[in-house]
Write a protein that binds this ligand. Sequence first.
Ligand code: DC
Length: 218
Amino acid sequence: MGYDIAIDGPAGAGKSTIAKKIAEKKNMIYVDTGAMYRAMALFMLREKVNLKDTAEIAEKCKDAEITIKYEDGVQCVFLNGENVNGLIRTEEVSEAASKTSAVPEVRKKLVSLQQELALMQDVVMDGRDIGTKVLPNANLKIYLTASSWVRARRRYDEFLAKGESADLEEIEKEIRERDHRDMTREESPLKQAEDAILVDTSDMTVDEVVDRIIGLIK
Ligand code: DC
């Protein structure tokens, strides 16, 4: 019997940082499902699909083959055979992913892929619907969150660290908008699973969060 951990929560709560560390410590595979939705969004942008046209997105997504491979322990997402890891972390792709991930056909395709990955190995999977939909029987479910201000502040600091300028208020506004879209969409909205444990990271360091979750692993 395998052991799977589901980590859900809004953008900027620290899911990927935390999930990666837990996977490393526990010798599990980290699966970043957001990267798959981002690769799909990149495909739609390249194909110049109208992001308001749900039917067009549903049709087009049939032409996008998304696959995952691990190179030196790092997850690489491939779009029709091309490694797109370096192209999916832009604001444009974030916005597009939030829109295209609301389309049922997109979700169906990527959820199957995620479930297949979890069948093959013990995973720490992060996303929005992992505990509610993708891995309803996960051994441990965490709902990771932080206030929108703290999440905006973290993103702002990341921009500064890269030597880029940023507008903190603008970032918080975008985070709130994305939260709203992710939480109110009809198909698999972001919400805490009934059996998930809430961890608010607003006043916690990364190591504190990792220790807390590792302490919950039975
Ligand atoms: O976690 P992220 O920021 O990389 O996710 C990008 C977008 O994909 C985000 O708007 C929500 C969506 N997403 C989703 O709908 N379901 C998931 N399991 C993961 C991400």
